[in-house]
Design a protein. Structure first.
Length: 290
């Protein structure tokens, strides 16, 4: 029997062939698209990099030299104390120079000197401020005691000077409040007749001297003289009066009479008559023995 062999032939499918071509085309298209995207990203990155270099690029030698000279002048004025800027502004100026990183030996040395100068200026400013506070405290405590016998107007004038300093200290503010209340209290008191005030002054001087307090007596003398036109204003002392007959002791002055009250430690006379000028000051005083 003859051997029969069969040969199998595969006939290509037209549809399958078409699909293979389409797949290759799609892959090529995808590759082209991704390549385009990568190129675009690279271009953008290069652009950003270039822009960044422009904005943060190093200074040219000419620009650096100019910046160094400007920094030297600014720092030197701080070191010399000739800067017109406030201390806070000087600090900012130094920090701005540091941030530029000029890396110049002279500038670096001046930066250290400027920082030390600013630190010292702050310390000096604080010292002066503390001295003002101490001085104000002493004045306010004296005003509360008012051993000098100052008038309310004199106290108010002194207090206004302290207020104008705006010291910003809690203790000073409290003392200012107390002194102001004292002044307001002095102003609210009804004014005594001038005759009564002078009689009280004579008695106060005598009492202070008798109590062994000559300093208080001297202060009262000083305050009492303010009522008179002059320390040499005449004082007449009536030693006898009967009807129209009046006999006077030897004339004296208000200055001498006040010292007499202090020395004798007693007040032997009372005010009888007062003559005043247009401003209300006493130009002549008549006394009579008690």
């Amino acid at each position: 029997m003859q051997d029969v062999r069969y040969v199998t032939f595969r006939i290509p499918d037209p549809a399958s062939k078409k699909q293979t071509h389409m797949t290759k085309a799609m892959n090529k298209l995808k590759m082209i698209r991704w390549s385009s995207v990568i190129v675009m990203i690279a271009i953008i990155a290069m652009g950003l990099g270039t822009e960044s270099c422009k904005s943060t690029g190093k200074m040219s030698k000419k620009e650096r030299k100019a910046q160094i000279e400007i920094a030297k002048k600014q720092l030197q004025s701080i070191v010399d104390g000739t800067s017109t800027l406030s201390l806070a502004q000087q600090e900012k100026q130094v920090n701005d120079i540091i941030s530029k990183k000029l890396n110049d030996p002279t500038v670096n040395d001046l930066i250290i000197q400027a920082q030390q100068a600013i630190k010292k200026a702050y310390a000096d400013k604080e010292k002066v401020h503390q001295q003002k506070i101490d001085s104000a405290r002493a004045q306010l405590l004296d005003m509360l005691l008012n051993q000098d016998g100052k008038s309310s107007a004199e106290l108010q004038k002194q207090l206004d000077v302290i207020k104008s300093q705006n010291l910003g200290d809690t203790e000073i503010n409290d003392l200012v409040y107390k002194v102001q209340n004292k002044i307001d209290g002095m102003n609210s008191k009804p004014s005594l007749p001038i005759k009564t005030q002078i009689d009280n002054a004579f008695q106060g001087i005598a009492d202070a001297a008798k109590a062994g307090n000559p300093a208080e007596a001297d202060n009262l003398i000083k305050n009492t003289l303010q009522y008179f036109t002059d320390p040499d204003a005449p004082v007449l002392i009536i030693i006898y009066r009967q009807g129209n007959t009046v006999d006077y002791d030897k004339p004296t002055t208000i200055q001498r009479y006040l010292n007499f009250c202090k020395d004798q430690k007693k007040n032997a006379n009372a005010v009888d008559a007062i003559q005043q000028d247009a401003s209300g000051k006493i130009k002549e005083l008549d006394l009579i023995k008690k």
